[in-house]
Each structure stands twice: as structure tokens, then as C-alpha cells.
Design a protein around this ligand. Structure first.
Ligand code: ZN
Ligand code: ZN
Length: 161
């Protein structure tokens, strides 16, 4: 697969901890979401996830795709299955796919090379957040949700797909 790119698009790259799996994305993210839910905490082993979303057409694995393993996470609040991919060599969480967001590659921002200049759009599942986190900088007050976001957050995203 090769990604379409034009002069106005920029390319970002990223990798797992052992660097055997690498990827690249073309152009800007659709969305940048903070999730405080219990499953995301377990998946990343930290206080919350901070994920960048890209249309599948903007994302590609560049090396090591065969090292990915998919875990089907059915222990979710809604019972819907969320697919979580990780590196079988080093254990890094690499991608999430959700039935709620078809056609979207959800990538942990910590995997990206270079400066981390993300702008968070919203926080979700604040009901489950750890006590030492109050609020994430840059998120508007109306975009801090106790559970899933209001649908208007997604209308913005679908307009770009
Ligand atoms: Zn790895
Ligand atoms: Zn979550």
C-alpha cells in the first residue's frame, strides 16, 4: 500500500519500543482524545490514554506488521468488542479499533517520533479517572465528559472522513 500525499500534507512516523514495528501517517489527525476509562488504563499501563485518530486511508504500517497481535476486548462497559493491537516482541500498545468509529485507526500518541505537540479535543470517562489528574490542559470545559462524548464531538470528526 502507498499513501497519497501532496505538498500540503505532512508525514509523521512512529514505532513500538523495540522499533521492529513502524508506521507512518499522512496529514493531520481527525481527533485527539484523552480516555480515563479502566480498560484504556490497563491497556497502556498508565493513568490515561492520549490517542490520535486517523482515517485508515492516512495510516500505514511500514515495517513489522506480522509482529502485531490483536486482542479482542469484550470486557467493556457497553459489551461492544474493541480490538486492541500490540507488539508481540516488546508489548507496546500499537492501535485500537472500535465498533463506534469504523474506518478509523486510533494510535497512541506516545508512539510517535519527534516533538509531542498534540492538542487534545476532549476527555472521556472522567468518572474513572485517577485522583492525581484533575483536568488535561487545552480541553474546553464543555468537552470534559463523565462517560462517552456528546455526539457533536463526533460530527466534527465525521465531517473530515
Ligand atoms: Zn516492539
Ligand atoms: Zn478508554
Amino acid at each position: 500500500m502507498s499513501l497519497k500525499s501532496s505538498n500540503s500534507d505532512f508525514i509523521r512516523t512512529g514505532a513500538c519500543l523495540c522499533k521492529q514495528i513502524t508506521f507512518r501517517v499522512v496529514g493531520p489527525e481527525l481527533n485527539f482524545a484523552i480516555c480515563h476509562c479502566t480498560n484504556c488504563r490497563r491497556n497502556c499501563g498508565s493513568a490515561y490514554t492520549a490517542n490520535a485518530w486517523f482515517p485508515d486511508s492516512q495510516f500505514e504500517w511500514t515495517t513489522g506488521e506480522s509482529l502485531l497481535k490483536q486482542h479482542d476486548d469484550a470486557l467493556t462497559e457497553t459489551g461492544g468488542v474493541v480490538h486492541r493491537f500490540f507488539c508481540t516482541n516488546c508489548g507496546s500498545a500499537m492501535m485500537t479499533r472500535s465498533f463506534r468509529m469504523p474506518g478509523v485507526s486510533i494510535i497512541p500518541s506516545g508512539l510517535f517520533d519527534g516533538p509531542q505537540v498534540w492538542k487534545p479535543d476532549y476527555e472521556q470517562w472522567r468518572r474513572s479517572k485517577v485522583n492525581f489528574v484533575d483536568r488535561v490542559n487545552g480541553v474546553k470545559n464543555e468537552s470534559r465528559y463523565d462517560e462517552f462524548p456528546d455526539t457533536r464531538e463526533f460530527e466534527r470528526v465525521w465531517g473530515k472522513l
